[in-house]
Design a protein around this ligand. Sequence first.
Ligand code: IPE
Ligand code: IPE
Ligand code: MG
Length: 245
Amino acid sequence: MKEVLDLEKVPSHIAIIMDGNGRWAKKKGAMRIFGHRHAIQAVKDSIEGAENLGVKFLTLFSFSTENWSRPQDEVNGLMELLVKTITDEVPMMIKNNIRLLSIGDLGSLPPAAFQKLMEAKSITSKNTGLTVILALSYSGKWEIAQATKRIAQKVSEGKLAVEDITQQLVADHLETAGIPDPELMIRTSGEFRISNFLLWQLAYTELYFTPVLWPDFRKEHLEAAILDFQSRERRFGKTGEQVKS
Ligand code: IPE
Ligand code: IPE
Ligand code: MG
């Protein structure tokens, strides 16, 4: 697979909706949490794959605002898994020069998860390799409302004028300020929806859907998605002729 990939045209930012853990577990006659545990290998494989291909940013939708309404046992299990995974993987991130960032309403996380995440972000903050962005307690509408509040606050304090509000200014007040928009968004498990992920940032992103359930997702699936991406013509509103010249 790697031979046919154009390494010069690898997207610098890939975002993934990691979906299908529950169905994966169900197929095996196991509890949903079993699927979530097996999702970790897919996360590790994707990080390694992204790194080897020279991807700069990898955003992983790990827990949505809406996921808080799942059964309490599942939410607790996911939060415990988050703490364990971050604890286990910090040495790998240090070794591989990976920087960890997060987007979302971190204040709503249980204190232990919040603490671990803050620690891991701080320990890896000077790393210059791949940036892994965990979307946690995140939703696109929440983020846009949050940015709107921050901007309105500045306007009411006289720090900003209404005329200053541009697309760039809005982008600068999002959780993803300073991070380029994803060129490629992958969703696993055969669902064809965005589920409130990166609504602003996906404006011109290429979307790739695969039936593979997240716990089965491996480097070769990532490479297949990138290969598909490379076959597309990104026109940004222009004509095919314009972008070819
Ligand atoms: C994705 O898998 C993980 C999270 C949303 C936390 P799901 O748990 O949504 O798996 P399905 O969609 O029920 O199969
Ligand atoms: C989206 O998956 C959220 C994450 C992958 C964290 P869901 O499984 O929650 O999405 P819906 O509810 O089926 O759209
Ligand atoms: Mg799901």
